[in-house]
Design a protein around this ligand. Sequence first.
Ligand code: ADP
Ligand code: MG
Length: 239
Amino acid sequence: MSAILEVRGLGKTFGGFTALNDIGLAVAPGERLGLIGPNGSGKSTFVNCIAGDFLNHSGVVLFKDQPLTGMKPHERARLGLTRTFQLPRPFRSLTVLENVAVPLRFSVPPLAMADAEARACACLQLVGLHDKARSYAHSLTQVDLRKLELARALVREPALLIADEVMAGLSHSEVDQILDLLFAQNVRGTAIIMIEHVMRAVTAFSQRLAVFVAGRKIAEGDPRTVLATPEVEAAYLGI
Ligand code: ADP
Ligand code: MG
């Protein structure tokens, strides 16, 4: 089957600084891909280019064989490509349920409030936040904020989710909770790119691993093989 996401020759500069250099990467439907690399290696910039937050990059991004050139984030989300933000961005003065339902109100065609809330409830169940549906987002703990961020990205049942460091700073058991819900979503058919520093999670989750260093992809393939290559070990020395 052809790739759900195919990135060719992706480049991104900020002023004179090259943040991404000729990145090629493909993700198969339903695949679990890990993306790792030191801080500043370009992982979030890559997400921003794919999700439509940075439109002025070089190269092509194909989703379901369709070029996404010029498409804004909400248009890409409608096609089934969603992402989480490294720093969660909920509407803090809305409830958890409203936060998840609101994106559906802007889908095409828009869902009626009752339908949007029903879908949002089901999604909150999936991420384990259903008992906090009526809480305000600003009252949530860190782990619940991550779950809310995931719920907002998952409520559309995306074909591809990009999770950008959703586990950072969480405890061992909290990491396991997030890992479980990402596995559950993957079983439902969503391909997932997991960007993460929590190595035990990345190695448990990923069928394939890609490594960025200084804006370049330096390795890609079977996780164990990739992690054992000298270039990757060198990039991680001291981290
Ligand atoms: P990572 O997610 O791998 O930690 P980033 O993609 O956030 O890395 O950053 C890659 C590089 O691009 C860093 O040097 C960062 O400072 C730079 N960068 C990222 N976003 C911007 C921006 N909006 N403006 C200028 N430089 C940026
Ligand atoms: Mg980042």
